[in-house]
Design a protein around this ligand. Structure first.
Ligand code: DGL
Length: 424
């Protein structure tokens, strides 16, 4: 088999009794070539020692313009592309990655995406890894989303995003997009489309389908299991990345999936907000001076002085168990310092470090002591969601000037972030 013309394709390489599968890549030494394995590592082969190379999947077809099909019988969906693995493919010639941001490149690598829907518009506000994003990026995504959602020709929006901080963005959109009328679907992939085991296709196809559904919510659609069979639609404020590499990396915390999403059918699993004719209101005000701090054994409470002196307005503390931090019985107690900084105006909220379950500061005397300092206990809210929500609440002048008003708003359920029905 011609090696050079197959760079970029998925191949099987036979070496004695061993068979290796991966993407064929050039090597600096012309007598050898490389194979990018499923696990991401490259291995080198001497051309002369290889018995056989077989193409399994042609990925590198040289670029002719691919134009996606468009049909009046299909529903129109808009896409917002922001970066991450789902929008990248390995460039076999350069060794780096190329971004997939145009209709033709998307169609070339994700043809199934265009089978059930028309991708009517593609917006690319920026291209970033999600760990490089912050609230200003969430505001940009929310603005573009609100415009698309208020376009009568668009049935729903699919947002592709890196995985690491995806749950912060899904929370932010859940608060920023008020009066939601249509589906807003965030999706991702853990492995790029050029890898044999990529999760990108199923996630994208299910997301596009969910974007045409009657679920008018911000949701994350991604692999429900490690198999390639169906996805879950997960509530944007109750989801968290729980695995660094598995396809079903995102898990719902303290809530239930909205639906099971297959490429051509949706099975409803819980109540949701229905598609409607509202006009979406963009409400993306955000106070930058908020922090998320995990409390650990022996931690010095003077860290709170640091945040106060730096002009922070609010902190979410990840407290242990039912909502505890070291009290004055500890070598370095937190109770006095918490009282002091809250008297000076710093808002302190608490979210569960255990991730699963609800806070209850009334069970132990340590919890009661901390509650008396003024901490706002956020029930079963995820710490990441609480951080985003605190920035959003404090971004509103009409709320932020009164501690009691902030507490009311933090405990008001705006987007399913508090689950009153949580039983265990
Ligand atoms: N660091 C990742 C990100 O969150 C890139 C890979 C991915 O899509 O997860 O953007």
């Amino acid at each position: 088999m011609e090696i050079e013309s197959n760079f970029g394709n998925l191949v099987e390489v036979e070496m004695g009794k061993e068979i290796y599968e991966g993407i064929l890549l050039p090597s600096p030494d012309s007598g050898t070539f490389l194979l990018k394995l499923e696990n991401g590592y490259n291995i080198g082969f001497n051309k002369k020692e290889v018995l056989k190379i077989k193409v399994i999947k042609k990925i590198n077809e040289k670029t002719k313009e691919f134009s996606p099909p468009f049909s009046k019988d299909k529903k129109n969906v808009a896409m917002i592309i922001t970066g991450g693995t789902i929008a990248a493919r390995l460039n076999p010639e350069k060794g780096g990655v190329d971004w997939l941001t145009t209709p033709s490149t998307l169609f070339r690598f994700y043809p199934e995406l265009f089978e059930k829907v028309n991708i009517k518009k593609i917006e690319v506000p920026f291209m970033k890894a999600s760990e490089d994003m912050d609230y200003k990026d969430w505001q940009k995504i929310a603005k573009v989303s609100s415009q698309l959602l208020n376009d009568p020709e668009i049935e729903g929006v699919v947002i592709t995003h890196g995985t690491d901080f995806l749950h912060y963005t899904s929370s932010a959109l859940s608060f920023f997009l008020r009066n939601l009328n249509k589906p807003v679907v965030l999706t991702y992939s853990q492995r790029s489309v050029d890898r044999g085991s990529s999760d990108a296709n199923l996630n994208l196809v299910c997301s596009a389908f969910a974007a045409t559904s009657d679920i008018a919510q911000v949701m994350l659609v991604g692999h429900a299991t490690t198999n390639d069979d169906f996805c879950f639609a997960m509530p944007g404020t109750k989801v968290r990345k729980m695995h660094s590499s598995k396809r079903d990396a995102f898990k719902i915390v303290n809530s239930l999936p909205i639906a099971k999403v297959f490429p051509e059918k949706i099975e409803k699993l819980s109540e949701y907000n229905l598609r409607n004719k509202n006009k979406v209101i963009l409400d993306s005000k955000f106070e930058e001076k908020v922090a998320l701090v995990k409390v650990y054994p022996g931690q010095n409470p003077n860290i709170l002085d640091y945040y106060y002196k730096e002009g922070y307005k609010g902190i979410v503390l990840e407290l242990s168990g039912l909502g505890h931090a070291p009290t004055e019985r500890a070598r370095m107690g937190w109770t006095k310092k918490l009282t002091e900084v809250q008297k000076k105006g710093l808002i302190v909220c608490a979210a569960p470090q255990t991730i699963y379950g609800r806070l209850d500061p009334l069970v132990y005397s340590n919890g009661r002591e901390l509650l008396e300092t003024g901490i706002i206990y956020l029930e079963d809210m995820l710490a990441e969601t609480a951080y985003v929500k605190l920035g959003w609440v404090l971004g509103h002048k009409e709320w932020s000037t009164s501690r009691d008003k902030v507490a009311d708003k933090m405990l008001e359920n705006f987007a399913g972030e508090i689950n009153k029905r949580l039983v265990d």
